[in-house]
Design a binder for this molecule. Structure first.
Ligand SMILES: NC(=O)c1ccc[n+]([C@@H]2O[C@H](COP(=O)([O-])OP(=O)(O)OC[C@H]3O[C@@H](n4cnc5c(N)ncnc54)[C@H](OP(=O)(O)O)[C@@H]3O)[C@@H](O)[C@H]2O)c1
Length: 304
């Protein structure tokens, strides 16, 4: 990796990456620079990790050859407008901005730039993330290796095509929320059957953790492991039958499909916005897109 690494945006993900990179030993604090508009946030990150900050994004870009774009999607146009002219052929941009296509980023930059799009998830905050990586056409093998090393510091990585990023968003990106809902529902079942809230939640959380670890440790398909615990006519089979009756598996598959579709809609709407729009206007539109609880297609039509 070309050092130092510059992280644009010291929010939740920026902090998770700084923590993971230092904790794993991949980078020392002196090899990490970040930019962040909020003074109290800067002070916090400096104090906690001893990393340095750059006064402006442009200053960061001139000092760091490897860049991670870790701002909210709404802030992307503003950041790119600021740094576009300072980006040189030696730069690599790794974007973690959900739903922001690489083509959209490239449209702000006057020359082809090497990029990798990454989609981490929230467990990255505790170094248990699952991150998918997709290279841009101009990216080289070493760029993908750099991105892999960075995100392996906060969990596991998988390489996909950029066209599969919406599916990744619908699966592992949104997945923690599905699992939280599953844990909550299982624990509620325990409470309904007389367990205390605490006991039910602790048992459920450890059960989910243990089951996931068992899949990883044995490398067996979950269906095989499930069959191994199903005695004919037994309790687990009775529970699984009730889950099938309630449409559990179909509901989860539909959750992934719906989230994938929503991610596609947001990405398509963003790509239709000209990069020449003033950043402030684009920010407002992107904000509206992300806050919109209704179908993204309706919002897209309103925009044009
Ligand atoms: N959190 C997740 O689990 C997750 C998962 C996958 C992908 N992502 C993506 O990761 C990105 C960051 O998410 P996050 O949860 O870390 O958001 P966040 O906590 O809001 O962090 C973004 C940070 O960027 C700062 N910022 C805003 N404008 C800036 C500018 N012009 N220059 C430099 N920094 C600027 C923000 O400061 P202010 O607060 O002052 O605005 C904030 O501290 C998003 O694009 C998101 O889609 C997040």
């Amino acid at each position: 990796m070309e050092k130092p690494l510059g992280i644009i945006g010291g929010g939740n993900m920026g902090e998770a990456l700084i923590a993971g990179l230092i904790h794993s030993g991949l980078l020392s604090p002196a090899e990490i620079l970040f930019s962040e508009p909020r003074p109290e946030r800067r002070a916090y990150l400096q104090e906690k990790f001893r990393v340095s900050f750059a006064e402006t994004n442009r200053d960061l870009v001139t000092r760091a050859p490897t860049l991670i774009l870790a701002v909210k999607p709404q802030s992307v146009p503003e950041v790119l407008a600021e740094i576009a002219q300072s980006l040189k052929p030696h730069h690599l941009i790794i974007s973690i901005c959900a739903g922001v296509p690489l083509d959209y980023i490239q449209s702000f930059i006057p020359r082809p730039i090497r990029m990798v799009r990454a989609m981490p998830n929230t467990p990255a905050l505790i170094q248990k993330g699952a991150t998918a990586l997709a290279p841009s056409p101009a990216a080289q093998a070493k760029d993908l290796s750099t991105a892999e090393a960075i995100f392996q510091a906060v969990g596991i990585t998988a390489i996909v095509k950029e066209s599969q990023m919406d599916a990744v968003t619908g699966l592992s990106g949104s997945g923690p929320a599905y699992v939280f809902a599953v844990i909550e529902a299982l624990a509620a079942g325990g409470v309904k059957e007389g367990l205390s809230q605490d006991v039910a939640l602790n048992l459920t959380t450890q059960t989910v953790l243990g089951a996931a670890h068992l899949i990883q440790a044995t490398a067996k398909h979950p269906a095989t492991l499930r069959d191994q615990v199903c005695t004919p006519g037994g309790t687990t089979m009775a529970g699984l039958y009730a889950m099938e009756e309630g449409g559990f598996r179909l509901a989860l598959m539909n959750a992934v499909i719906a989230a994938t579709q929503r991610s596609k809609e947001l990405g398509e709407a963003l790509q239709k916005l000209p990069s020449s729009s003033p950043p402030g206007r684009t920010k407002k539109i992107v904000d509206r897109l992300h806050k919109s609880a209704r179908g993204g297609l309706k919002v897209t039509r309103k925009l044009h």
